[in-house]
Design a binder for this molecule. Structure first.
Ligand code: SF4
Ligand code: MSK
Length: 637
């Protein structure tokens, strides 16, 4: 049995049962025919997954372990150190939040570094693109803007943002203090969850979960809230704000999404990951006349940059770069046989890509010092040489075009139109400069509520099915949907981010969308851009004079899988939002922790988690929650 045949020892279910997205089943079948292992194969190989892990009751935080608790009472009830299931589940959850917050916030740190180089004139590759946004963020943080150059303002801003990671006082984080609603700030202070320093909260999470430190589940979860708030209102917020300042605040634009955006006649280059600093340069370079000429020398009609996951969202939102797929599609894109290079930065990028790429001509190019994959080509990003690095990468992709195995190429034809680019500023603009039309529509029941749908895909559930089922059900019932991440790409591929999707809405939402000329589902960006949703919530709650938990708004992560999603969900419940999770988090081994997260926390923070894998039932509950909140406000239902 050779290596590849060995992989395919499991027969997958019929491909149509794996994904609802056009083009995906064909490529799953192509992979099987060519004996190439994909995420769904490997998921089957992992069955049955460890029951202790699924319940969250295994601990390997010290070398007296690993320990696991029998939640049914037949085996040990404590680890070697005496930790109970409650302690272990809470510690594991806190570590997941810390990892998610670290990923978002370290992404922000990398953009701050580029901003510093820009402000100090150490690189000519970047500039302030949105001067108005720079000035408004700087003003919010107390930086003087009048009579000063963008570079001077940016330098002051960078000095403040760098301190978010390292300041030693007990004061709240500057962005949290400047941007979060006053009611939330006083509640967080009262509950002792006000974040003080991004790195400190993450570091403290690791300290608390070390053997022999915090054993109290409530205390551990409380710190989880503080860590997640440091992510949402500072780390992720910073990544969004600085990306807007450097690359432009998104405005509505048209593009296309799905596998059909790949081209037979051009060099296909996929940008994948999360951080836009290099991918924006790659797009710029790939579109240059010089690279077009270079591509022609190798027999191609040009260079076609397409996006994957959140780097794809970043380049779509600002440049209209076409997204080729979401999280579970990263291998399938290579399996088309038509990809010359996949350029990855970090997060959500599988090591398996190298194995799949080896079956074709595709080059996997890692670019970040903190993310390398054995077998990939590593070309390291450095802000001072961003243009040269981008050119080197684009040339490498072009030079690889003649190696494309033409006889094995299969590009599904499917692609859907998408309108993306709904930053908060763009939404306000669509509303005529004020939130009032939206608030009036909400208040008088033309729109029943707002749902933020975010997050990943997960092979545990049918690809994109929960995303689309929940979204359609909500818009059909006059709920405006906003969202980010892989949900946004799913919605794009299924035609929900177009004016044509107005046909799926209820009569109220239809009226609003038609009057404003907007789709019923608004693409707000990448995972870090969940921070944009926080700003919308703040603006609506302040305009109405009510706290966020009282608003008819809900959140959902129908197919989540990453630790970043755990952090996102936690900062949303801490911001007062009812959050649905469509895949079960590993907490059921502790009744106490489960009860805190799904019941008790509501009395403290106003938001809570609700877990429901069935998308129809979940949508029903989300609608009921919205209606209940409307009733409490005395608004028509
Ligand atoms: Fe076991 Fe306690 Fe060590 Fe965890 S910290 S591995 S429960 S002894
Ligand atoms: S890429 S974190 S799979 S949304 Fe942001 Fe998609 Fe989830 Fe990664």
């Amino acid at each position: 049995m050779d290596e590849r045949t060995k992989y395919l020892r499991f027969r997958l279910p019929p491909a149509k049962k794996i994904s609802i997205t056009p083009g995906v089943p064909e490529l799953i079948e192509k992979a099987e025919e060519e004996e190439i292992s994909t995420v769904w194969q490997r998921y089957l190989e992992q069955q049955p997954q460890c029951g202790f892990g699924l319940l969250g009751v295994c601990c390997r935080n010290c070398n007296m372990g690993p320990c696991r608790i029998d939640p049914y009472g037949y085996g040990p009830s404590r680890g070697v150190c005496g930790a109970t299931a409650d302690t272990i589940v809470a510690r594991n959850l806190l570590r997941a939040i810390a990892a998610g917050a670290a990923a978002h916030s370290d992404h922000a740190r990398d953009i701050v570094r580029v901003a510093r180089f820009t402000a100090e004139g150490l690189t000519k590759a970047y500039k302030v693109t949105d001067s108005d946004k720079l000035k408004s963020v700087a003003t919010a943080l107390g930086v003087k803007v009048d009579g000063r150059s963008d570079q001077e303002i940016l330098l002051d801003l960078v000095n403040i943002l760098e301190r978010e990671f390292g300041k030693q006082d007990e004061e709240p984080l500057a962005l949290v203090k400047a941007l979060a609603p006053a009611r939330r700030l006083s509640l967080w202070s009262k509950l002792g969850v006000m974040p003080r320093n991004i790195d400190r909260e993450i570091c403290e999470a690791m300290h608390r979960t070390h053997v022999g430190v915090d054993a109290d589940p409530l205390s551990l979860l409380t710190h989880g809230v503080r860590t997640a708030l440091a992510d949402g209102w500072s780390g992720s917020m910073m990544a969004t704000l600085l990306s807007d300042i450097l690359f432009g605040t998104p405005k509505p634009l048209k593009s296309y999404a799905n596998l059909g955006v790949l081209r037979e006649d051009a060099v296909n280059l996929v940008v994948h990951g999360h951080n836009p600093v290099l991918s924006m340069k790659i797009v710029e370079k790939a579109m240059s006349k010089e690279m077009l000429e270079y591509a022609k020398k190798f027999g191609a009609e040009g260079v076609n940059v397409v996006g994957m996951c959140c780097t794809g969202n970043e380049t779509l939102m600002r440049l209209g770069i076409q997204p080729v797929g979401n999280y579970l599609m990263q291998e399938l894109v290579i399996i088309t046989g038509a990809v010359e290079a996949m350029i990855v930065d970090y997060q959500c990028v599988w090591p398996a890509l190298v194995d799949v790429a080896r079956c074709y001509h595709t080059k996997i190019i890692t670019t970040e010092p903190k993310m390398k994959i054995p077998g990939a080509i590593h070309i390291e990003f450095e802000p001072t040489h961003a243009d040269e690095i981008a050119e080197k990468i684009v040339k490498l992709a072009i030079e690889n075009y003649p190696s494309r195995p033409k006889e094995r190429v299969y590009i599904p034809k499917h692609k859907s139109e998408v309108i993306a680019g709904f930053s908060v500023e763009a939404i306000l603009n669509a509303l005529g400069g004020s939130l009032d039309p939206l608030i009036d529509a909400l208040r008088n029941g033309v729109i029943k509520g707002i749902a933020g749908i975010v997050g990943c895909n997960n092979p545990k559930v049918k690809h994109n099915n929960s995303h689309i089922t929940i979204t359609k059900k909500l818009i059909e019932n006059d709920v405006l949907v906003v969202g980010t991440g892989c949900w946004a790409i799913a919605a794009a591929m299924h035609g929900l981010l177009t004016l044509d999707a107005i046909k799926y809405t209820g009569p109220g939402l239809r009226k609003v969308c038609e009057a404003l000329g907007i789709p019923p589902c608004l693409h707000m960006g990448s995972c870090v851009d969940c921070s944009r949703i926080l700003i919308v919530l703040k603006a609506i709650s302040e305009r109405l004079g009510v706290d966020i938990p009282d608003l008819p708004v809900v959140g959902s992560a129908p197919e989540w899988m990453s630790e970043k999603a755990v952090s996102i969900g936690t900062y949303f419940i801490a911001s007062g939002v009812f959050v649905h999770l469509g895949t079960v988090p590993p907490v059921l081994g502790s009744q106490k922790v489960t009860k805190i997260l799904t019941e008790d926390v509501e009395g403290l923070l106003g938001g809570k988690f609700y877990v429901e894998p069935d998308p129809e039932k979940a949508a029903e509950t989300l609608l009921n929650v919205i209606m209940e909140k409307r009733r409490k406000l005395g608004w028509p239902t």
